[in-house]
Write a protein that binds this ligand. Structure first.
Ligand code: FAD
Length: 427
C-alpha cells in the first residue's frame, strides 16, 4: 500500500505490527486469523535481505542450551584469540558492546544458564509442531524437510567433552542419538572422505529436527498468506512511536501517521529504539552472521550438518548448498568483513576440499539478548505496546510460538506456556 500524506489526521487501526521478517509476518498472520484488523508496517526495499532470508533454515528445536553457559566461559580466551574462530569481536565496537558483554558473562554462570535453558526449552517444546501447522496453513509444507540434523564431532575427545551438554539436552526433553564416524558417512556420503581422513569422528543426530529448504520461498508464502488473511501492508519505516494515554501508540514515519490500540514491535535487530520510545530499555545487540552459497554443490547433503565447534551449518537448499553461521559482534553499520567470509570458506573446504568457488555471499543481523531469550510480551507502563524480538540464533525456529504467545496476550487468554521468562521488564 502507498504511504499517505502525514499532514492528514492520523489513521486509526486496531493492531499495528512493525517488521515483516519471519517474526512480524507470523504474528500478523496469527492475529488476522483470530479476527483482528491488522496493519503490517515494514519497508519492502529490504525484503529478501534480512536475517529471515539468509539464515541456515534449521528449525533447531533441539538447541535448548543458551549461548551463554559455563563451557563457553572456559573456551572464551581460545575463541577470542584464534584468527579462524567462529566468534569474533570488531575492535571498534568493544566500548559500545561492553555493557552487553558484561551481562552476557553474568548470564553464562551456572545458575542463570540453567534457568535460561529451562525457559528456552519451554518455547522449543512447541516449535516443531508450531512450524508443521504454520507450513500447512500457508501452503508451505513442501518447503519443510523432516529428516533431522547432525552436529559433528571432529574427534573422540570432542565427543566426550560434549557429553555434559548432551545430558543437559536429554534432561530438557530433546531426542538425540550418538553416532560413530561410519554411521555419519552412511547418512551423509559427502562426508565419507572426511571420516576416512580422520576429520569426523562422530555426531549427535537429532531425529526430530526439521529444516526449511528455501527460507525466502517460505517467507514469500508467509507474506502471501498474510495478504490473503486481510493484513494491510504499509511500505515504510517507523521512525516515531508515542504510547497513547489510553493504551496503544501513535506511529509516524515517511508517509505514515497511524494510531493503533495495540502495537507489536517485531523489527528484529532494529527494534531497540522503538522499544525505548515505548519506555522499555532492552539490551539488544546484533550477532552478525554470514553465508556463502555454492550452486554446483546443491545435492551434497540431505539434511543440515554442523561442525559445531566451527560455528556453522552446511544447509542443503533448493538449487544450492548454503554454508551459514559464525558470530561477529560489531553492530549494524560496519560492512561485511572479507576475513570472516574467507574463514567460513576455509572451514567448509576442510570437509569438502573440492567445493567450487562460492556464487553468493551475505551478511545478516541476528537480534540478540544477553540471556539468549527473546522478549515476548507487554511493555510495563505502556498498555497495548508489545515486544517480540531478540530471538538471536533461533528466530526462524521460534516464529510460530512467538506468534502464539503474542496472540494469547492480545486476547487476554491464559497462555499455553509461562510467558514470565520472556517479559520485557526483566532487564
Ligand atoms: C547466518 C545466520 C544463520 C541463522 N540460522 C538460523 C537457523 O538455522 N534457525 C533459526 O531459527 N534461526 C537462524 N538464524 C536467526 C534468524 O534468522 C533470526 O533470529 C530471525 O530471522 C529474526 O527474525 P525477525 O523477524 O525478528 O527479524 P528480521 O528478519 O531481521 O526482520 C526485521 C524486519 O523489521 C523491519 N524493520 C526494521 N526496522 C524497521 C522500522 N523502523 N520500521 C519498520 N520496519 C522495520 C525490517 O525491514 C524487517 O522486515 C540465523 C541468523 C543468521 C544471521
Amino acid at each position: 500500500m502507498q504511504p499517505r500524506d502525514p499532514q492528514q489526521t492520523p489513521e486509526e487501526g486496531e493492531i499495528a505490527v512493525i517488521g515483516a521478517g519471519v517474526t512480524g509476518l507470523s504474528i500478523a498472520l496469527r492475529l488476522a486469523r483470530e479476527g483482528h484488523e491488522v496493519t503490517l508496517i515494514a519497508p519492502t526495499d529490504q525484503a529478501g535481505e534480512g536475517a529471515s532470508h539468509g539464515n541456515a533454515g534449521v528449525i533447531a528445536d533441539y538447541a535448548v542450551l543458551p549461548l551463554g553457559q559455563p563451557g563457553l566461559l572456559r573456551d572464551l580466551p581460545r575463541l577470542l584469540l584464534s584468527s579462524t574462530s567462529p566468534l569474533s569481536i570488531r575492535a571498534a565496537a568493544i566500548a559500545t558492546l561492553a555493557p552487553w558483554l558484561l551481562r552476557f558473562l553474568r548470564q553464562s554462570l551456572p545458575r542463570p544458564a540453567q534457568r535460561n535453558a529451562q525457559a528456552l526449552a519451554s518455547l522449543m517444546n512447541r516449535a516443531g509442531s508450531g512450524w508443521q501447522d504454520l507450513a500447512a496453513e500457508i501452503d508451505g509444507t513442501e518447503l519443510l524437510r523432516a529428516n533431522g540434523a547432525l552436529l559433528l564431532y571432529e574427534s573422540e575427545r570432542e565427543s566426550i567433552a560434549a557429553e555434559g551438554g548432551r545430558a543437559w539436552q536429554r534432561a530438557l526433553g530433546v531426542q538425540l542419538e550418538q553416532l560413530g564416524g561410519a554411521e555419519v558417512a552412511q547418512m551423509e556420503p559427502a562426508l565419507a572422505a572426511a571420516v576416512s581422513a580422520g576429520k569426523v569422528a562422530g555426531a549427535a543426530y537429532f531425529p526430530d529436527g526439521r529444516s526449511v529448504t528455501d527460507p525466502t520461498a517460505m517467507m514469500r508464502k508467509l507474506a502471501n498468506a498474510t495478504a490473503m488473511a486481510g493484513v494491510r501492508r504499509i511500505d515504510t519505516h517507523v521512525t516515531g512511536l508515542r504510547p497513547g494515554g489510553r493504551g496503544g501508540a501513535s506511529l509516524t514515519g515517511p508517509g505514515l501517521s497511524l494510531t493503533a490500540r495495540h502495537v507489536v514491535i517485531a523489527a528484529g535487530a532494529w527494534s531497540a529504539p522503538l522499544a525505548q520510545a515505548a519506555g522499555a530499555r532492552v539490551p539488544l545487540e546484533t550477532e552478525r552472521g554470514y553465508h556463502l552459497e555454492f550452486d554446483a554443490a546443491a545435492s551434497r547433503f540431505s539434511r543440515p550438518v554442523s561442525p559445531e565447534r566451527r560455528g556453522f551449518y552446511f544447509c542443503p537448499m533448493a538449487g544450492r548448498l548454503r554454508v551459514a553461521g559464525t558470530v561477529e559482534l560489531g553492530g549494524l553499520n560496519a560492512p561485511a568483513a572479507p576475513r570472516r567470509l574467507r574463514a567460513l570458506e576455509r572451514h567448509a573446504r576442510h570437509f569438502l576440499p573440492d567445493l567450487p568457488p562460492p556464487c553468493r555471499q551475505w551478511l545478516g543481523f541476528r537480534p540478540s539478548l544477553p540471556d539468549s531469550l527473546p522478549v515476548i510480551g507487554p511493555v510495563p507502563g505502556a498498555r497495548g505496546v508489545w515486544l517480540a524480538f531478540g530471538h538471536g540464533h533461533l528466530g526462524l525456529t521460534l516464529a510460530p510460538v512467538t506468534a502464539e504467545v503474542i496472540a494469547d496476550g492480545v486476547a487476554g487468554r491464559q497462555a499455553a506456556l509461562d510467558p514470565a521468562p520472556f517479559r520485557p521488564g526483566r532487564f
